[in-house]
Design a protein around this ligand. Structure first.
Ligand SMILES: Nc1ncnc2c1ncn2[C@@H]1O[C@H](COP(=O)(O)OP(=O)(O)OP(=O)(O)O)[C@@H](O)[C@H]1O
Ligand SMILES: [Mg+2]
Length: 455
Protein backbone atom coordinates (compact mmCIF):
# COMPACT_ATOMS: atom_id res chain seq x y z
CA UNK A 1 0.00 0.00 0.00
CA UNK A 2 1.25 3.40 -0.92
CA UNK A 3 0.96 6.08 1.70
CA UNK A 4 1.48 9.84 1.66
CA UNK A 5 2.58 11.36 4.95
CA UNK A 6 2.32 15.13 5.36
CA UNK A 7 3.72 16.44 8.61
CA UNK A 8 5.73 19.61 9.30
CA UNK A 9 7.27 18.43 12.57
CA UNK A 10 10.48 16.72 11.64
CA UNK A 11 10.69 14.25 14.49
CA UNK A 12 7.11 13.06 14.24
CA UNK A 13 7.48 12.76 10.47
CA UNK A 14 10.63 10.68 10.64
CA UNK A 15 9.36 8.44 13.45
CA UNK A 16 6.07 7.73 11.72
CA UNK A 17 7.70 7.22 8.33
CA UNK A 18 10.10 4.67 9.81
CA UNK A 19 7.40 2.77 11.68
CA UNK A 20 5.23 2.61 8.59
CA UNK A 21 8.08 1.56 6.33
CA UNK A 22 8.90 -1.24 8.81
CA UNK A 23 5.33 -2.45 8.48
CA UNK A 24 5.71 -2.68 4.73
CA UNK A 25 4.02 0.52 3.63
CA UNK A 26 5.58 2.44 0.78
CA UNK A 27 5.83 5.89 2.32
CA UNK A 28 6.23 9.25 0.59
CA UNK A 29 6.88 11.98 3.16
CA UNK A 30 6.31 15.72 2.73
CA UNK A 31 6.95 18.64 4.98
CA UNK A 32 4.39 21.12 3.68
CA UNK A 33 0.85 21.21 2.34
CA UNK A 34 2.10 22.63 -0.94
CA UNK A 35 4.39 19.69 -1.46
CA UNK A 36 1.62 17.31 -0.42
CA UNK A 37 -0.76 18.84 -2.94
CA UNK A 38 1.76 18.39 -5.73
CA UNK A 39 2.14 14.74 -4.81
CA UNK A 40 -1.64 14.18 -4.79
CA UNK A 41 -1.81 15.72 -8.23
CA UNK A 42 0.93 13.58 -9.67
CA UNK A 43 0.83 10.20 -7.93
CA UNK A 44 -1.79 7.74 -6.83
CA UNK A 45 -1.99 6.85 -3.12
CA UNK A 46 -4.02 4.32 -1.18
CA UNK A 47 -3.83 6.28 2.02
CA UNK A 48 -2.95 9.85 3.05
CA UNK A 49 -1.98 10.68 6.61
CA UNK A 50 -1.85 14.42 7.10
CA UNK A 51 -1.49 16.94 9.86
CA UNK A 52 -4.41 19.37 10.00
CA UNK A 53 -2.42 22.43 10.87
CA UNK A 54 0.15 23.12 8.22
CA UNK A 55 1.40 26.45 6.98
CA UNK A 56 -0.36 27.91 3.87
CA UNK A 57 -2.18 24.81 2.66
CA UNK A 58 -3.73 22.90 5.55
CA UNK A 59 -4.89 19.35 6.01
CA UNK A 60 -8.53 20.15 5.24
CA UNK A 61 -7.58 21.53 1.87
CA UNK A 62 -5.52 18.44 1.09
CA UNK A 63 -8.48 16.35 2.11
CA UNK A 64 -10.76 18.20 -0.30
CA UNK A 65 -8.30 17.87 -3.15
CA UNK A 66 -7.82 14.18 -2.43
CA UNK A 67 -11.57 13.57 -2.36
CA UNK A 68 -11.74 15.24 -5.73
CA UNK A 69 -8.71 13.75 -7.44
CA UNK A 70 -8.45 10.36 -5.77
CA UNK A 71 -11.84 9.42 -4.38
CA UNK A 72 -10.69 5.87 -3.59
CA UNK A 73 -7.91 7.12 -1.35
CA UNK A 74 -8.52 7.06 2.41
CA UNK A 75 -7.40 10.06 4.46
CA UNK A 76 -6.46 10.10 8.14
CA UNK A 77 -5.98 13.50 9.74
CA UNK A 78 -3.80 14.27 12.76
CA UNK A 79 -4.35 17.22 14.97
CA UNK A 80 -2.23 18.58 17.73
CA UNK A 81 -5.11 20.03 19.69
CA UNK A 82 -8.09 18.26 20.95
CA UNK A 83 -9.98 20.48 18.57
CA UNK A 84 -12.84 18.17 17.99
CA UNK A 85 -14.65 20.63 15.73
CA UNK A 86 -11.95 20.61 13.07
CA UNK A 87 -11.68 16.87 13.30
CA UNK A 88 -15.43 16.52 12.88
CA UNK A 89 -15.31 18.85 9.93
CA UNK A 90 -12.64 16.61 8.44
CA UNK A 91 -14.89 13.59 8.89
CA UNK A 92 -17.71 15.43 7.21
CA UNK A 93 -15.45 16.14 4.30
CA UNK A 94 -14.85 12.45 3.96
CA UNK A 95 -11.83 11.70 6.14
CA UNK A 96 -11.69 8.10 7.26
CA UNK A 97 -10.61 8.87 10.82
CA UNK A 98 -8.69 11.33 12.97
CA UNK A 99 -5.94 10.96 15.55
CA UNK A 100 -5.27 13.38 18.35
CA UNK A 101 -1.65 14.10 19.05
CA UNK A 102 0.29 12.85 20.78
CA UNK A 103 -0.50 9.26 19.80
CA UNK A 104 1.58 6.13 19.74
CA UNK A 105 2.55 4.81 16.30
CA UNK A 106 0.64 1.64 17.20
CA UNK A 107 -2.57 3.62 17.24
CA UNK A 108 -1.93 4.71 13.68
CA UNK A 109 -1.11 1.13 12.69
CA UNK A 110 -4.42 -0.10 14.11
CA UNK A 111 -6.35 2.48 12.09
CA UNK A 112 -4.40 1.53 9.00
CA UNK A 113 -5.26 -2.12 9.57
CA UNK A 114 -8.92 -1.23 9.60
CA UNK A 115 -8.46 0.49 6.29
CA UNK A 116 -6.77 -2.56 4.87
CA UNK A 117 -9.69 -4.76 5.86
CA UNK A 118 -12.19 -2.23 4.60
CA UNK A 119 -10.42 -2.00 1.28
CA UNK A 120 -10.32 -5.74 0.95
CA UNK A 121 -14.08 -6.02 1.40
CA UNK A 122 -14.57 -3.11 -0.94
CA UNK A 123 -12.41 -4.74 -3.60
CA UNK A 124 -14.28 -7.99 -3.22
CA UNK A 125 -17.54 -6.15 -3.66
CA UNK A 126 -16.35 -4.45 -6.79
CA UNK A 127 -15.14 -7.78 -8.07
CA UNK A 128 -18.45 -9.51 -7.33
CA UNK A 129 -20.42 -6.69 -8.86
CA UNK A 130 -18.37 -6.87 -12.04
CA UNK A 131 -18.81 -10.61 -12.14
CA UNK A 132 -22.54 -10.30 -11.74
CA UNK A 133 -22.73 -7.66 -14.41
CA UNK A 134 -20.65 -9.81 -16.66
CA UNK A 135 -23.11 -12.66 -16.32
CA UNK A 136 -26.35 -10.79 -16.15
CA UNK A 137 -25.12 -8.45 -18.65
CA UNK A 138 -25.16 -10.18 -21.49
CA UNK A 139 -22.15 -12.21 -22.28
CA UNK A 140 -23.13 -14.12 -25.35
CA UNK A 141 -21.09 -17.30 -25.48
CA UNK A 142 -20.43 -19.04 -28.75
CA UNK A 143 -17.59 -19.73 -31.13
CA UNK A 144 -19.47 -21.62 -33.81
CA UNK A 145 -19.75 -20.02 -37.20
CA UNK A 146 -23.40 -18.93 -36.85
CA UNK A 147 -22.73 -17.48 -33.39
CA UNK A 148 -19.66 -15.54 -34.53
CA UNK A 149 -21.73 -14.09 -37.32
CA UNK A 150 -24.48 -13.24 -34.91
CA UNK A 151 -22.06 -11.50 -32.54
CA UNK A 152 -20.76 -9.46 -35.41
CA UNK A 153 -24.29 -8.36 -36.26
CA UNK A 154 -25.04 -7.55 -32.62
CA UNK A 155 -21.96 -5.37 -32.41
CA UNK A 156 -22.73 -3.67 -35.68
CA UNK A 157 -26.32 -2.79 -34.93
CA UNK A 158 -26.09 -2.09 -31.17
CA UNK A 159 -25.03 1.47 -31.87
CA UNK A 160 -27.98 2.50 -34.02
CA UNK A 161 -31.64 2.92 -33.23
CA UNK A 162 -33.34 0.67 -35.76
CA UNK A 163 -35.97 -1.80 -34.70
CA UNK A 164 -34.63 -5.31 -34.36
CA UNK A 165 -36.64 -8.49 -34.80
CA UNK A 166 -35.04 -11.38 -32.90
CA UNK A 167 -36.32 -14.79 -33.93
CA UNK A 168 -35.45 -18.18 -32.54
CA UNK A 169 -36.76 -21.23 -30.76
CA UNK A 170 -37.41 -21.20 -27.04
CA UNK A 171 -34.26 -20.87 -24.95
CA UNK A 172 -31.93 -19.87 -27.76
CA UNK A 173 -31.00 -16.56 -26.13
CA UNK A 174 -33.36 -14.00 -27.65
CA UNK A 175 -33.65 -11.94 -24.51
CA UNK A 176 -29.92 -12.19 -23.95
CA UNK A 177 -29.35 -10.73 -27.42
CA UNK A 178 -31.88 -7.96 -26.78
CA UNK A 179 -30.10 -7.03 -23.55
CA UNK A 180 -26.75 -7.11 -25.29
CA UNK A 181 -28.03 -4.78 -28.01
CA UNK A 182 -29.14 -2.43 -25.28
CA UNK A 183 -26.01 -2.52 -23.19
CA UNK A 184 -23.50 -2.36 -26.02
CA UNK A 185 -25.30 0.66 -27.49
CA UNK A 186 -25.47 4.30 -26.54
CA UNK A 187 -28.65 3.72 -24.53
CA UNK A 188 -26.86 1.54 -21.98
CA UNK A 189 -27.51 4.06 -19.22
CA UNK A 190 -31.20 4.18 -19.99
CA UNK A 191 -33.73 1.59 -18.89
CA UNK A 192 -34.19 -1.81 -20.50
CA UNK A 193 -37.89 -2.62 -20.18
CA UNK A 194 -38.90 -6.20 -21.03
CA UNK A 195 -42.56 -6.80 -21.77
CA UNK A 196 -43.96 -10.27 -22.29
CA UNK A 197 -46.87 -9.63 -24.62
CA UNK A 198 -48.31 -13.09 -24.18
CA UNK A 199 -48.40 -12.81 -20.39
CA UNK A 200 -50.54 -9.66 -20.26
CA UNK A 201 -54.30 -10.09 -20.74
CA UNK A 202 -55.44 -8.59 -24.01
CA UNK A 203 -57.73 -6.07 -22.33
CA UNK A 204 -54.89 -4.65 -20.24
CA UNK A 205 -52.15 -4.58 -22.81
CA UNK A 206 -52.90 -1.13 -24.23
CA UNK A 207 -52.87 0.65 -20.88
CA UNK A 208 -49.85 -1.36 -19.72
CA UNK A 209 -47.90 -0.35 -22.80
CA UNK A 210 -49.03 3.23 -23.29
CA UNK A 211 -50.29 4.10 -19.81
CA UNK A 212 -53.60 5.68 -18.89
CA UNK A 213 -54.91 8.91 -17.44
CA UNK A 214 -56.78 9.03 -14.18
CA UNK A 215 -60.43 8.21 -14.81
CA UNK A 216 -59.76 6.80 -18.28
CA UNK A 217 -61.90 3.79 -17.39
CA UNK A 218 -63.55 2.27 -14.35
CA UNK A 219 -60.81 1.36 -11.96
CA UNK A 220 -58.31 3.89 -13.33
CA UNK A 221 -57.91 5.66 -9.99
CA UNK A 222 -54.67 7.29 -10.85
CA UNK A 223 -52.47 8.08 -13.78
CA UNK A 224 -50.47 5.08 -14.91
CA UNK A 225 -47.17 5.41 -16.72
CA UNK A 226 -46.87 2.67 -19.31
CA UNK A 227 -43.91 0.55 -20.37
CA UNK A 228 -43.13 2.77 -23.35
CA UNK A 229 -42.78 5.88 -21.22
CA UNK A 230 -40.68 4.00 -18.70
CA UNK A 231 -38.35 3.01 -21.51
CA UNK A 232 -37.83 6.62 -22.61
CA UNK A 233 -34.13 7.11 -23.34
CA UNK A 234 -33.67 3.35 -23.28
CA UNK A 235 -34.99 0.20 -24.90
CA UNK A 236 -38.31 -1.60 -24.81
CA UNK A 237 -38.23 -5.34 -25.46
CA UNK A 238 -41.52 -6.74 -26.70
CA UNK A 239 -41.31 -10.49 -26.26
CA UNK A 240 -43.67 -12.92 -28.02
CA UNK A 241 -44.74 -10.18 -30.40
CA UNK A 242 -46.67 -12.74 -32.47
CA UNK A 243 -49.16 -12.78 -29.61
CA UNK A 244 -49.86 -9.08 -30.00
CA UNK A 245 -53.62 -8.64 -30.44
CA UNK A 246 -54.55 -7.62 -33.99
CA UNK A 247 -56.71 -4.63 -32.91
CA UNK A 248 -53.72 -3.17 -31.07
CA UNK A 249 -51.27 -3.82 -33.86
CA UNK A 250 -52.32 -0.75 -35.77
CA UNK A 251 -51.69 1.37 -32.67
CA UNK A 252 -48.27 -0.12 -32.23
CA UNK A 253 -47.50 0.60 -35.86
CA UNK A 254 -48.47 4.22 -35.36
CA UNK A 255 -46.30 4.51 -32.25
CA UNK A 256 -43.33 3.16 -34.18
CA UNK A 257 -43.90 5.56 -37.04
CA UNK A 258 -44.69 8.72 -35.08
CA UNK A 259 -42.35 7.98 -32.17
CA UNK A 260 -45.02 9.17 -29.78
CA UNK A 261 -47.66 7.57 -27.60
CA UNK A 262 -51.02 8.66 -26.28
CA UNK A 263 -52.08 7.40 -22.89
CA UNK A 264 -55.47 5.72 -22.76
CA UNK A 265 -57.96 8.49 -22.00
CA UNK A 266 -55.37 11.17 -22.58
CA UNK A 267 -55.47 13.77 -25.32
CA UNK A 268 -51.93 14.92 -25.81
CA UNK A 269 -49.43 12.71 -27.57
CA UNK A 270 -46.15 12.27 -25.69
CA UNK A 271 -42.92 12.32 -27.72
CA UNK A 272 -40.61 9.46 -26.84
CA UNK A 273 -37.11 8.33 -27.60
CA UNK A 274 -37.28 4.57 -27.31
CA UNK A 275 -35.51 1.81 -29.17
CA UNK A 276 -37.79 -1.10 -29.93
CA UNK A 277 -36.59 -4.69 -29.98
CA UNK A 278 -39.11 -7.48 -30.51
CA UNK A 279 -38.79 -11.23 -30.28
CA UNK A 280 -40.74 -14.22 -31.42
CA UNK A 281 -40.47 -18.00 -31.41
CA UNK A 282 -42.60 -18.39 -34.53
CA UNK A 283 -42.13 -17.52 -38.15
CA UNK A 284 -43.63 -14.05 -38.20
CA UNK A 285 -43.49 -13.75 -41.96
CA UNK A 286 -45.60 -16.85 -42.34
CA UNK A 287 -48.03 -15.50 -39.79
CA UNK A 288 -48.31 -12.30 -41.80
CA UNK A 289 -48.88 -14.27 -44.98
CA UNK A 290 -51.68 -16.15 -43.27
CA UNK A 291 -53.21 -12.81 -42.20
CA UNK A 292 -52.68 -13.65 -38.55
CA UNK A 293 -50.33 -10.70 -38.14
CA UNK A 294 -50.55 -7.31 -39.86
CA UNK A 295 -48.24 -7.31 -42.81
CA UNK A 296 -47.43 -3.58 -42.55
CA UNK A 297 -46.41 -4.04 -38.92
CA UNK A 298 -44.30 -7.05 -39.85
CA UNK A 299 -42.36 -4.98 -42.38
CA UNK A 300 -41.98 -2.14 -39.90
CA UNK A 301 -40.56 -4.54 -37.29
CA UNK A 302 -38.38 -6.51 -39.61
CA UNK A 303 -35.87 -3.75 -40.29
CA UNK A 304 -32.97 -5.67 -38.79
CA UNK A 305 -33.72 -9.39 -38.45
CA UNK A 306 -31.57 -11.52 -36.17
CA UNK A 307 -32.09 -15.25 -36.32
CA UNK A 308 -30.85 -17.33 -33.41
CA UNK A 309 -29.82 -20.82 -34.47
CA UNK A 310 -31.06 -23.73 -32.34
CA UNK A 311 -28.39 -25.37 -30.22
CA UNK A 312 -28.56 -28.63 -32.22
CA UNK A 313 -27.19 -26.71 -35.20
CA UNK A 314 -24.15 -25.48 -33.31
CA UNK A 315 -23.21 -28.38 -31.10
CA UNK A 316 -19.58 -27.31 -31.07
CA UNK A 317 -20.69 -24.55 -28.68
CA UNK A 318 -21.87 -27.07 -26.07
CA UNK A 319 -18.58 -27.45 -24.12
CA UNK A 320 -18.02 -23.69 -24.07
CA UNK A 321 -21.53 -22.96 -22.91
CA UNK A 322 -21.43 -25.70 -20.30
CA UNK A 323 -18.19 -24.30 -18.83
CA UNK A 324 -19.74 -20.86 -18.79
CA UNK A 325 -22.69 -22.15 -16.78
CA UNK A 326 -20.40 -23.86 -14.27
CA UNK A 327 -18.69 -20.54 -13.70
CA UNK A 328 -22.00 -18.71 -13.60
CA UNK A 329 -23.18 -21.09 -10.87
CA UNK A 330 -19.94 -20.50 -8.99
CA UNK A 331 -18.86 -24.13 -9.45
CA UNK A 332 -15.70 -23.66 -11.43
CA UNK A 333 -13.99 -26.53 -9.62
CA UNK A 334 -16.62 -28.93 -10.95
CA UNK A 335 -15.88 -28.26 -14.62
CA UNK A 336 -13.77 -31.42 -14.59
CA UNK A 337 -17.02 -33.40 -14.26
CA UNK A 338 -17.49 -32.70 -17.94
CA UNK A 339 -15.52 -35.75 -18.98
CA UNK A 340 -15.19 -36.96 -22.55
CA UNK A 341 -18.02 -39.50 -22.25
CA UNK A 342 -20.47 -37.05 -20.83
CA UNK A 343 -19.59 -34.43 -23.43
CA UNK A 344 -20.03 -37.05 -26.12
CA UNK A 345 -23.56 -37.86 -24.91
CA UNK A 346 -24.30 -34.17 -24.61
CA UNK A 347 -23.31 -33.67 -28.22
CA UNK A 348 -25.54 -36.53 -29.34
CA UNK A 349 -28.53 -35.03 -27.63
CA UNK A 350 -30.65 -32.56 -29.56
CA UNK A 351 -31.54 -30.05 -26.83
CA UNK A 352 -35.13 -29.19 -27.74
CA UNK A 353 -35.07 -26.57 -24.96
CA UNK A 354 -31.83 -25.18 -26.39
CA UNK A 355 -29.40 -23.20 -24.23
CA UNK A 356 -31.85 -22.90 -21.34
CA UNK A 357 -32.12 -26.68 -21.20
CA UNK A 358 -28.33 -26.96 -21.25
CA UNK A 359 -28.12 -24.44 -18.43
CA UNK A 360 -30.59 -26.50 -16.38
CA UNK A 361 -28.66 -29.63 -17.23
CA UNK A 362 -25.44 -28.12 -15.86
CA UNK A 363 -27.34 -27.23 -12.73
CA UNK A 364 -28.38 -30.86 -12.51
CA UNK A 365 -24.76 -32.00 -12.85
CA UNK A 366 -23.73 -29.69 -10.03
CA UNK A 367 -26.56 -30.83 -7.81
CA UNK A 368 -26.21 -34.56 -8.48
CA UNK A 369 -22.45 -34.89 -8.64
CA UNK A 370 -22.11 -35.74 -4.96
CA UNK A 371 -24.47 -38.67 -5.25
CA UNK A 372 -23.06 -42.03 -6.38
CA UNK A 373 -24.20 -43.05 -9.83
CA UNK A 374 -24.90 -39.49 -10.93
CA UNK A 375 -23.50 -40.07 -14.40
CA UNK A 376 -26.03 -42.79 -15.10
CA UNK A 377 -28.83 -40.49 -14.09
CA UNK A 378 -27.62 -37.81 -16.45
CA UNK A 379 -26.96 -40.03 -19.42
CA UNK A 380 -30.44 -41.46 -18.82
CA UNK A 381 -31.83 -37.99 -19.25
CA UNK A 382 -29.85 -37.47 -22.43
CA UNK A 383 -30.91 -40.76 -23.95
CA UNK A 384 -34.48 -39.53 -23.99
CA UNK A 385 -33.53 -37.86 -27.19
CA UNK A 386 -36.78 -37.58 -29.01
CA UNK A 387 -35.34 -36.46 -32.30
CA UNK A 388 -33.04 -39.46 -32.44
CA UNK A 389 -34.24 -42.06 -34.90
CA UNK A 390 -33.84 -45.77 -34.54
CA UNK A 391 -30.81 -47.14 -36.32
CA UNK A 392 -31.16 -48.05 -39.95
CA UNK A 393 -31.28 -51.66 -40.98
CA UNK A 394 -27.73 -52.95 -41.13
CA UNK A 395 -26.38 -50.60 -38.48
CA UNK A 396 -24.99 -52.37 -35.50
CA UNK A 397 -26.09 -50.01 -32.75
CA UNK A 398 -29.41 -50.81 -31.15
CA UNK A 399 -31.16 -48.95 -28.39
CA UNK A 400 -31.39 -50.57 -25.01
CA UNK A 401 -34.74 -52.00 -23.93
CA UNK A 402 -35.33 -48.92 -21.75
CA UNK A 403 -34.59 -46.56 -24.59
CA UNK A 404 -36.85 -48.48 -26.93
CA UNK A 405 -39.79 -48.41 -24.52
CA UNK A 406 -39.27 -44.74 -23.83
CA UNK A 407 -39.25 -43.92 -27.52
CA UNK A 408 -42.40 -45.88 -28.11
CA UNK A 409 -44.10 -44.27 -25.13
CA UNK A 410 -43.22 -40.87 -26.43
CA UNK A 411 -44.48 -41.67 -29.88
CA UNK A 412 -47.90 -42.67 -28.64
CA UNK A 413 -48.11 -39.73 -26.23
CA UNK A 414 -47.13 -37.35 -28.98
CA UNK A 415 -49.83 -38.76 -31.20
CA UNK A 416 -52.51 -38.52 -28.49
CA UNK A 417 -51.59 -35.02 -27.43
CA UNK A 418 -51.49 -33.79 -31.01
CA UNK A 419 -54.86 -35.33 -31.73
CA UNK A 420 -56.48 -33.74 -28.67
CA UNK A 421 -54.72 -30.40 -29.11
CA UNK A 422 -52.84 -30.82 -25.86
CA UNK A 423 -55.90 -31.65 -23.77
CA UNK A 424 -54.50 -34.05 -21.26
CA UNK A 425 -57.89 -35.35 -20.08
CA UNK A 426 -58.97 -36.23 -23.61
CA UNK A 427 -55.55 -37.65 -24.46
CA UNK A 428 -55.65 -39.89 -21.41
CA UNK A 429 -59.13 -41.10 -22.37
CA UNK A 430 -57.90 -41.84 -25.87
CA UNK A 431 -55.10 -43.96 -24.50
CA UNK A 432 -57.24 -45.62 -21.85
CA UNK A 433 -55.04 -44.27 -19.07
CA UNK A 434 -55.99 -42.40 -15.94
CA UNK A 435 -55.32 -38.69 -16.47
CA UNK A 436 -52.95 -38.53 -13.50
CA UNK A 437 -50.89 -41.42 -14.88
CA UNK A 438 -50.48 -39.71 -18.23
CA UNK A 439 -49.51 -36.47 -16.57
CA UNK A 440 -46.92 -38.06 -14.34
CA UNK A 441 -45.50 -40.08 -17.21
CA UNK A 442 -45.13 -36.93 -19.31
CA UNK A 443 -43.50 -35.14 -16.44
CA UNK A 444 -41.14 -38.03 -15.86
CA UNK A 445 -40.16 -37.90 -19.50
CA UNK A 446 -39.41 -34.22 -19.02
CA UNK A 447 -41.66 -33.01 -21.81
CA UNK A 448 -43.97 -30.04 -21.84
CA UNK A 449 -47.05 -29.54 -23.95
CA UNK A 450 -49.31 -26.89 -25.38
CA UNK A 451 -52.28 -26.69 -27.70
CA UNK A 452 -50.36 -28.09 -30.63
CA UNK A 453 -49.24 -31.16 -28.73
CA UNK A 454 -45.99 -32.14 -27.07
CA UNK A 455 -43.11 -29.72 -27.30
N1 LIG B 1 -25.14 -17.75 -26.18
C1 LIG B 1 -25.40 -17.78 -24.88
N2 LIG B 1 -24.41 -17.57 -23.99
C2 LIG B 1 -24.65 -17.59 -22.67
N3 LIG B 1 -25.85 -17.81 -22.11
C3 LIG B 1 -26.88 -18.01 -22.94
C4 LIG B 1 -26.72 -18.00 -24.37
N4 LIG B 1 -27.91 -18.22 -24.94
C5 LIG B 1 -28.80 -18.35 -23.93
N5 LIG B 1 -28.19 -18.22 -22.73
C6 LIG B 1 -28.82 -18.34 -21.42
O1 LIG B 1 -29.89 -19.26 -21.55
C7 LIG B 1 -31.05 -18.81 -20.86
C8 LIG B 1 -32.19 -18.61 -21.83
O2 LIG B 1 -31.92 -17.50 -22.67
P1 LIG B 1 -33.03 -16.42 -23.06
O3 LIG B 1 -33.95 -16.18 -21.91
O4 LIG B 1 -32.37 -15.26 -23.66
O5 LIG B 1 -33.80 -17.27 -24.18
P2 LIG B 1 -35.08 -16.90 -25.03
O6 LIG B 1 -34.74 -17.19 -26.44
O7 LIG B 1 -35.54 -15.52 -24.68
O8 LIG B 1 -36.11 -18.00 -24.50
P3 LIG B 1 -37.73 -17.96 -24.55
O9 LIG B 1 -38.12 -18.02 -25.98
O10 LIG B 1 -38.12 -19.22 -23.82
O11 LIG B 1 -38.17 -16.72 -23.87
C9 LIG B 1 -30.64 -17.53 -20.15
O12 LIG B 1 -30.24 -17.82 -18.85
C10 LIG B 1 -29.47 -17.04 -20.96
O13 LIG B 1 -28.62 -16.24 -20.19
MG1 LIG C 1 -37.32 -14.94 -23.69
Amino acid sequence: MKLLLVEDEKITRITLANTLADEGYRVVSCETGIEGLEKIKSEKFDIIVTDLRLPKIGGLELLKEAANLQPECKVIVMTAYASVETAVEALKLGAYDYLIKPFSPDKLLTTLNHIRKFKKVQDENVHLKRRLEHFENRTIIGASRPMLKLLETVRAVAGNDYTVLVQGESGTGKELVARALHSFGKRANGAFVPVNCSAIPEGLLESELFGHEKGAFTGAHKTHVGFFERADGGTIFLDDIDDFPIPLQVKLLRVLQEKEITRVGGGKPIKLNVRVIVATKVDLKKLAEENKFREDLYYRLNIIPIQLPPLRERKEDIPLLAEHFFIKRNAKEKISLLNADLLESMKKYDWPGNVRELENFVERIIALSDIPGWEKELTGYLSLNRAKKFPDEGENVYPSYEEFITQKELEIFEWAMRKTKGNITKAAALLGLPRTTLRSKLEKLGVSWNSSGIK
